[in-house]
Ligand binder design. Structure first.
Ligand code: NDP
Length: 290
């Protein structure tokens, strides 16, 4: 027996989520704070709730896809009693602490809660490549898995509600720092007259070939022994020449200096003969460091 589902928030993402259900011929109830959104969905068969109370009261599963955490609380706080005994899935981008707070709030009101983080753009919803990280009680995950799989590949990050948000933001942290590195390289290359497009044509295949080596570093980290042979040593990875070149090119070397400071810290601690994986010890939380 499929569960009835309401989507609160018909922005670009909420609209894509509803459309994917309609594509399969599944029923969906939709609600948006401001009028004028969702007409296309209603034309295609979505049920528009006249009020938010109707949207919440009429479905077993309530999905929120709003702007940010504050809008979720503003929208749901008055509806806590109406949500009791139902399932709430929040797909709004929130911080891990906010997701935990929402989980605590839901538990207090007898609401089954699952936190989700979408790793896809609206056009990717329902297509291969879209991922949705979820965290919250395993029973809620099992019960909602089938409907969520309509939208994306589901990756369950465990019972702690903040986990899905944390992994999502950790991946974005990696991505932004990687792009900052590519932009810095382009800024250096500009000093010899290279256009960014020419730098990209040469840097992208190189970086793409290097990225998979991260899996080897990860194995060293989890193996607990940074001295495994075959690694390029931190002495060799000293970035002084690169920083001098960047400074000489008039580029902003701040991101590079930040990496160099991490390398220098581990060299100072006596780990210069170990490889780049060792930097992990300077990055992770202090009480876990080796
Ligand atoms: P949009 O800006 O397109 O839509 C925002 C939605 O939030 C609208 O429905 C808006 O309603 C509603 N809203 C904002 N503030 C409030 C409030 N105080 N009370 C009630 N409703 C409110 O955003 P998206 O649909 O693109 O994104 C929604 C969520 O999905 C965000 O958290 C975003 O980070 C996440 N996400 C989006 C991705 C994307 O590529 N778009 C990718 C991954 C995640 P109204 O019409 O009344 O203003």
């Amino acid at each position: 027996e499929p569960q009835t589902l309401s989507i609160l928030g018909l922005g670009a993402m909420g609209t894509a989520l509803a459309a994917a259900l309609l594509d399969r011929g599944d029923p969906v109830t939709v609600w948006n704070r401001s009028p004028g959104r969702g007409d296309g969905l209603v034309e295609r068969g979505a049920h528009r709730a006249g009020t938010i109370d109707e949207a919440v009261g009429g479905s077993e599963v309530i999905v929120t896809c709003l702007l940010r955490y504050a809008s979720v609380r503003e929208t749901l706080d008055p509806l806590a009693e109406a949500l009791r005994g139902r399932t709430l899935i929040d797909l709004t981008t929130t911080t891990p602490d906010e997701a935990r707070e929402l989980g605590t709030w839901a538990a207090k009101h007898g609401i089954d809660f699952l936190n989700g983080a979408i790793l896809a753009t609206p056009p990717m919803i329902g297509a291969p490549g879209a991922q949705l990280f979820v965290s919250g009680p395993a029973a809620v995950h099992e019960r909602t898995r089938a409907v969520l799989e309509v939208w994306a590949e589901i990756v369950y990050d465990g019972a702690e509600p903040g986990a899905a948000s944390l992994v999502d933001l950790a991946m974005l942290a990696a991505m932004y720092q990687m792009f900052a590195g590519l932009l810095h390289g382009a800024a250096m290359a500009a000093s010899v007259g290279m256009r960014a497009t020419d730098f990209a044509a040469r840097a992208v295949p190189f970086v793409a070939a290097m990225v998979p080596h991260f899996a080897g570093d990860a194995e060293i980290i989890d193996g607990g022994d940074y001295t495994v042979p075959g690694q390029q040593s931190l002495h060799f990875s000293d970035l002084s020449d690169i920083i001098r070149a960047s400074d000489g090119a008039g580029a902003n070397s701040s991101t590079l200096r930040a990496v160099q400071a991490l390398i220098a810290e581990q060299v100072t601690l006596g780990h210069g003969d170990e490889g780049m994986a060792r930097i992990y010890e300077s990055l992770r939380r202090e009480e876990d460091r080796r």
